[in-house]
Design a protein around this ligand. Sequence first.
Ligand code: AMP
Ligand code: GLY
Length: 424
Amino acid sequence: MNILILGSGGREHALAWKIAGSPLATKLYCAPGNAGIAQEAECVPIDIADHKAVIAFCQAKAIDFVVVGPEAPLCAGIADDLEAAGIKTFGPGKWAARLEGSKGFTKDLCKANNIPTAAYQRFKGAAAAKDYVRAKGAPIVVKNDGLAAGKGVVVAGTIEEAEAAIDMMFGGALSEPAWEIVIEDCMVGEEASFFALCDGETAIPLASAQDHKRVGDGDTGPNTGGMGAYSPAPIMTPDMNKRVMDEIILPTVRALKAMGAPYKGVLFAGLMITEEGPQLIEYNVRFGDPETQVLMLRLMSDFLPALMAARDGQLKNFDLRWTDDAALTVVMAAKGYPGSYDKGSIIGGLDEAAQVEGVEIFHAGTKTDGKNILANGGRVLNVSARGKTVCEAQQRAYAAVDRIDWPQGFCRRDIGWRAIEREQ
Ligand code: AMP
Ligand code: GLY
């Protein structure tokens, strides 16, 4: 089979690495890819926002199956356009992608189906939103309805902060001002990332994972796309997994089917594990980054047939097998991230780092000048490792990090601390 992966991050490198190992994959392409993905796939410089160009490439190369990585093309309807052109695609259509593309849509769906999530209201103007905040009190959470590249959520500790967030979102401090916002109660608990492959009717959970969203050690500082992740997440006990499937994932899949837009793809639930049980923070319609990097390291089964079965409506009776080993990934980012940062610095020591036992290095923002690997983004590398325990995986990942020569980069030194505390 000829396969095309869309995207250019560490998530796509991990998917490419896994799919390249499938006996079913004869030729693998990635658009646009990165310097690490180029070791697994032929990278092609297509603008993936240009659906016509993607379709033309698929027709020229007789692509049998497309795997979409990021949310933006899904929300823009790339899966619909590819399928309409007769090209089989993993990922939901535009309508179902609203689960990520519109927080208001998801909150209404939760309310209508008794899916546990924070109480909320939707607002189209600042005045009513501020009245609501003053009536509710702080802490309170203010969210842009639409995609905002990780800048759409403010957890406000005071009413003043919440009011400032409302002004910021409607006032256009973001590249696009919000047309609608959601204000919701602040939930208290521990976060976890939950993934289920869905075929429109059936859903099968992937292994558990947690990521570290804050930029600094001890989970401090601004939010990022994710500074590291590990799997399994000890907080996700078998009982908790079952509750998430029964109370959150399966009611969502049933609801979308009943609405005439069966959900096919991966459903990524950001969860808050509260004292009352699991609550939905938000849905994403794609794999997590960097969670995918650790999941692929633990997945023993061939992933390609599972992705195809999700697209074909054939997940029933499907089984995925996971190693009992743990996996952990440390994100190395360019200094300055998640604020502004420089590109183009040279990264050395990657071959030495990859020799540490159990280590796989997935690239995110990298490119090559023909001779060197260069930093080309905010999150640049995912130094990942397997181990018998999260603790062992962490030691191996940091041993590899320490062999990487990149003075312009940084990483957190405490990835996995919650799981390691529980292991000890
Ligand atoms: P989101 O983009 O919706 O995942 O939100 C980003 C982060 O904001 C989450 O990972 C949580 O840490 C936090 N957050 C979002 N909504 C809530 C909430 N209702 N209560 C507490 N924290 C929240
Ligand atoms: N790591 C969180 C995300 O992919 O959104």
